[in-house]
Structures are given as structure tokens and as C-alpha cells.
Write a protein that binds this ligand. Sequence first.
Ligand code: SAM
Length: 297
Amino acid sequence: MRPGSAPEDGGNRPRGARRRFLGYPSRVRRPPSTVRLEPRLAAVLELVPAGSVVADIGTDHALLSLALLESGRALRCIASEPSAARLARASARVAASRWASRLDLRSGDGLAVLSRRDTVTVVVLAGLGGHTIRRILDGPRRKTLAPARLVLQPQTAPAVVRRWLAGAGYRLVAERLVREARRFYVVLAAEPGAEDLCHPSLSPGDLFETGPLLVRSGDPLVEAFWRAELRRARAILERARGGRGRDDARARAALAGRVLAALHDVPRIQSCPPGRGGARERPDGEGVQEPRVPGEP
Ligand SMILES: C[S@@+](CC[C@H](N)C(=O)[O-])C[C@H]1O[C@@H](n2cnc3c(N)ncnc32)[C@H](O)[C@@H]1O
């Protein structure tokens, strides 16, 4: 079983039944997986192509790098961590694993730990804030390294990351929404190219917030996320008397309303039809009235 993935029998094997692995002769046991990933990191792992050379920046526990090597998605990993205490813990874990010869642990800030000679093909930044991810990527070192893919899991402000990616000449090739312990996480994969920010009813600003691929994905979790956002914004509006918090909540509720309407009205639209432009960007604060939301009072 791949780290973090569901059991191949869906977990419904009757008690006492013998475990059979798909693709293996019945008497051959697949080596036991030593690394278990939570769903958030399992989604990150799945967006790394097989055979990559991976830089896992801000690795902390090094679990992702170990799982990438174990799964064959990484041939080599460079895992970096600025905190000495975390690096020491990661180092002990790596030394006790089978992968020490292919996992290079380095201490330092962002991409400064890497050089062109590392021939990194995928840069992963998982579990850091969106503003930190943007700061780390927005320097000359990234251009020198020229990775084929960025896999990013911002803990906060995914719109900041998506906007930066589009401005820096990347297009999203995959987006995942993951729910873990009642929290939602976004995982993005981007490659050099031009972003398609065309949608019949959502502006580019809305698409940076919701994710241009997520909004077209048909994934029911996307609707669950925006309904939760709408409830949260309405709860703030009920409590807040005025000021910035109230303005932000009103704008968020309006955005959630537009996204939910778009999810119902234009499901799975792949791109704008030729000759028909998408919605225009709204300046902040403009058009913040809530549209009618399907299924809401
Ligand atoms: C919340 S942990 C995430 C660890 C792991 N990547 C994951 O997703 O589970 C964030 C890690 O990023 C590291 N970090 C913070 N700022 C960093 C920077 N500028 N460069 C590299 N790592 C950084 C922190 O020390 C911390 O270990």
C-alpha cells in the first residue's frame, strides 16, 4: 500500500481473510510501508511525478521525503530545515531509515540551500504560510534552478500563492482540496506556462481565491468548503458591529455566494468558449452584495 493511500480492498476485508496485494503473486509480500502520511501530505506526494529529484523545503520531520523515496516518486531528495532542533530529529529518523544514501538533509532558509548542480526537478513547499511560500519562491534562485514543477501546500492565503504563480509565469496543472480533522487544505502543482483565468461568471480575482481547477473539478468537497466559508462569514457578520472585520466578512460572504452559484450554474466548464470573455476583475469592495445561493435561505 502506498503511504497515505486507502487499502486496496477499501478496508472491507472480512476478519481473518488473507491479505492479497494487487499486482503481486499471492505468496509474495510487498515490503511493509515504514512511512504513514496524513491525508494532507499524501495529497502532496501524489502530485510529485515518479522518478523526480525533489527539494522538500521546510521538511521538519522528513516524513514526506522518506515517503517519496519509498514510493519511487523521488529518486533523490534534498530536504531542508532552518530549525536546528527539527533538523536533528529529522536526521535521526533518516539515519534509521533505508534511504539515508538518497536523502540529503541541509540546514538553511528557503531555496538558498540548493544549487543548479542538484538538478532538482520538483520543489515542494508544504505546511508553510502562503506569504512565506511566495517570499521563498520570488527570488533569482528559483530561476537558476528552473524546476519543472512546483508542488505547494500553503497553510494560509492560497490566493496569494496562486496570484504569484500566474504573475511569475506558471500555470496550475493540478489542484487538490483535502479535509483532515475538520480543516481544509489546498495542494497546488504548477509548471511553467500561461494560466487560464477565464470563467463565465467568476473574475480572475475570484479564481485566485477558489482555484481555477478546483472550481471546474466537480469535487463535492469544493462546495462543502465554500458552504462552510459562507456560514463562517455570516456568523462574523451577525456578531461584528462594524469596521474592517465586518467589511472582510461581507466580501467573503459575497465571494462564497458567487462561487456556490457558479458551481451550480456552470458545472465543469473547462475554459471560456472562443470569442466570449470571462467575468472582469472586481476592485476590492466592489460588488460585495451576496448573490442568491442555491440551497440557502
Ligand atoms: C509546519 S512545518 C511543515 C513541515 C512539513 N513540510 C509538513 O508539511 O508537514 C513548516 C516548516 O517550515 C520550516 N520553515 C519555516 N520558514 C522556512 C524557510 N524560510 N525556509 C525553509 N523552511 C522554513 C519550519 O521550520 C517548519 O519546520
